[in-house]
Each structure stands twice: as structure tokens, then as C-alpha cells.
Ligand binder design. Structure first.
Ligand SMILES: C[S@@+](CC[C@H](N)C(=O)[O-])C[C@H]1O[C@@H](n2cnc3c(N)ncnc32)[C@H](O)[C@@H]1O
Length: 335
């Protein structure tokens, strides 16, 4: 085990450690960005505010709805091909970006259970509460697992990774890459490249362009978890910055732009109103029908995605594409 891991902060369970402490609030320095984004035109709230504990709970419920094919299809692909993935990569330590509840990672870990005696797992996630809870569940379920939690942003988490003697498997599932703007995608891939080294693997789950009706249904589930998860951003801002957003005065809007190949989620102000975020010292006015940019979900073209990844330094080892819902798992190798 690398020396830096042995020095990390021990917790009650000896197989869980924090490499970035849970007590450091990952969004502690983000206030100025919130002010900047709410002062622009159009106004914007960063999607990072979707995921506090409540937001993750709502997202998990959305994932369980019949309309939200992404979780179901990606799990299916992993169940079918986990054996092939481990065959191709070997039994490697895992670094996972935006691990969340690590639900799908369990499918791969179940495959690992047959093949080795110790696996180091480095989940990175801003939702530190979910990160910690799932670490505990994972070590109970997998006796060979050692979890090193990085409760922080993708970039800071990648930078805080300890040097590792051999190859690692980096994973980024849930099509979370598609929740960024192209500039951010480029920055993250470059950070990922710099954090790894030749021979590392990268398993990426990415949603693909398809019949817009399937996409529309996924983001407008009849149980309303998608809309509630997005509107929770306002409540998250209230909790964090002493705000007085009234959620009922806003509405969720989701629309797939097939020309751009991206789903766009916005929050619409239903009335003329002002909102104060006391801790940030700002009062913001919203007009009736004004739209706030909230989330984007790119639906990739697999060839274009392959080229972007190739230019970022990752060569394609194999890809598995589910033909009906068109969702892809891409296994890449650090060049
Ligand atoms: C769409 S969910 C995917 C969760 C899980 N990987 C899955 O596939 O179901 C995105 C996860 O990434 C985390 N996240 C979002 N933005 C992040 C960021 N900038 N840095 C670190 N974690 C982030 C969220 O807290 C959430 O758990």
C-alpha cells in the first residue's frame, strides 16, 4: 500500500479512510460563483447544487422510475459485460468520479469478488454524506474492499489522489460527463489524463443521441422526481446561503434540442419576485416567465465522443452500446 494511504485519517471502520476530510465543505468557497451566475443574463445556477443529501435522494428515486432509462440500461450493460471489462483490464484499484451511492460499481465489485483478495476504491463526490454512507455499505458487502473517500469536486479529488504503484481503473458513470459544457469536459479530461499514467484504464458511461420522445419522458417522469430534484437546487441555496426562494413560485422546464443533441433543463420564475441570499449579501429580481439555466445533458454521438477522448489522450479499447435506448459503455486506455 502506498505510504500516503497509511497516513490518511483513520475512521471507526478500519477499511474506510478519508483522503479529503468530510468536514471540509466542498462548496465552501463557491459563494462568489453563485453571485456571478445569478447576476448574469441569462441567470444560471450551477448543477453542482443539485446534489446535497436531499437532491441525491430525489435523484435516486428518479433513477428508479420506469421512464428514466439511463440507470437501468447502464446497469444492464455492466451486468452483461463486467466479466469482459475485468478480463480486459485485470483486477485494478478503482477511482470513481461522482460515485454517488456507488450502486452500479457494486456490479463490477461483485465480479472482482471472484478474482482477488484486496481492492482499493477511491470514490470522489461532493455529496459527502452519501459518500460516507455508501462507503460503509460497501465495506460490509465486500470484505476485500478498502475505501478512500474524497469528499470534494472532481478536480480537487483527482489532484488529491496519492501516487499509485500500478495501473488503475478510472470510472465515470451515469453520463455525468454530459452534464458539463464542452469547455468543462475538455478541462476534466485533461485533469484526468494528468492524474493517471500510461496503461491506466478509463470506463465511461455515456448517453447517446436517440428518439427525442424517450429523452423527454426520462426528464419528465410521471412521479415528478426529476422536477423535484432540480427545484431542490433552490432549497439547497436557501439552506446554504440563508435564502428565501419559494419553490412554488418556480417551475421546472426540460426540453431536448435535437439539433444541438442536448437536453436543457431550466427553472422558470412564475411571477415577478425578488429573492435574497443573506449570507451572500445579494438580492436578485426575477421577472415572470424568466428562465434560469440549470442543467444540460448532452446526448453524444459515439464517433464524435471517441474522437474527443482520443484527442484527450485516451484510446478506445472496446465499446458496448445498448441498441434500443442507445446508451454506451466505453472502455479506454491512457496513451
Ligand atoms: C448524475 S449523479 C451520478 C451518480 C452515479 N455515478 C450514477 O451513475 O448513478 C452525479 C454524481 O456526481 C456528483 N457530482 C456532481 N458534480 C460534481 C463535481 N463537480 N465534483 C464531484 N462530484 C460531483 C453528485 O453528487 C452525484 O453523486
Amino acid at each position: 500500500m502506498p505510504a500516503r494511504l497509511q497516513n490518511s485519517e483513520a475512521t471507526s471502520d478500519t477499511r474506510i479512510r478519508y483522503l479529503v476530510r468530510s468536514t471540509v465543505d466542498p462548496l465552501a468557497q463557491d459563494g462568489p460563483n453563485v453571485v456571478f451566475n445569478l447576476s448574469g443574463s441569462p441567470k444560471k445556477i450551477s448543477p453542482i447544487y443539485v446534489y446535497d443529501k436531499r437532491g441525491t435522494d430525489l435523484f435516486e428515486r428518479q433513477c428508479a422510475t420506469p421512464e428514466y432509462y439511463l440507470r437501468r440500461v447502464e446497469s444492464q450493460l455492466l451486468s452483461w459485460y463486467a466479466g469482459d471489462i475485468v478480463e480486459l483490464c485485470g483486477f485494478l484499484p478503482i477511482v470513481e468520479l461522482g460515485a454517488g451511492t456507488s450502486e452500479k460499481t457494486r456490479i463490477l465489485l461483485a465480479e472482482y469478488a471472484e478474482r482477488g483478495t484486496r481492492c482499493d476504491y477511491f470514490p470522489i463526490d461532493v455529496d459527502t454524506e452519501t459518500l460516507w454512507n455508501s462507503a460503509q455499505e460497501l465495506v460490509s458487502a465486500f470484505p476485500f474492499l478498502f475505501v478512500y473517500c474524497l469528499g470534494t469536486t472532481y478536480h480537487k479529488g483527482l489532484r488529491a489522489l496519492p501516487p499509485y504503484p500500478g495501473a488503475r481503473l478510472f470510472m465515470f458513470l451515469g453520463s455525468s460527463l454530459g452534464n458539463m459544457e464542452w469547455q468543462e469536459i475538455g478541462d476534466l479530461l485533461s485533469e484526468l489524463f494528468d492524474s493517471g499514467r500510461r496503461g491506466d484504464y478509463f470506463l465511461l458511461g455515456a448517453d447517446l443521441d436517440k428518439d427525442p420522445a424517450i429523452i423527454d419522458r426520462a426528464y419528465n417522469d410521471s412521479a415528478g422526481y426529476g422536477p423535484r430534484s432540480t427545484l431542490n437546487m433552490l432549497e439547497h441555496l436557501n439552506r446554504r446561503y440563508g435564502g428565501n426562494f419559494v419553490t412554488d413560485n418556480f417551475r421546472y422546464r426540460s426540453k431536448y434540442d435535437s439539433r444541438m443533441r442536448r437536453n436543457e433543463v431550466r427553472i422558470e420564475s412564475l411571477v415577478d419576485q425578488t429573492v435574497t441570499l443573506t449570507a451572500l449579501g445579494i438580492t436578485v429580481s426575477f421577472g415572470a416567465a424568466e428562465l434560469i439555466d440549470a442543467e444540460v445533458m448532452w446526448k453524444f454521438d459515439p464517433e464524435e465522443l471517441g474522437s474527443v477522448l482520443d484527442r484527450a489522450g485516451f484510446s478506445m479499447v472496446h465499446r458496448w452500446i445498448e441498441p434500443i435506448y442507445r446508451y454506451g459503455l466505453f472502455l479506454l486506455r491512457h496513451k
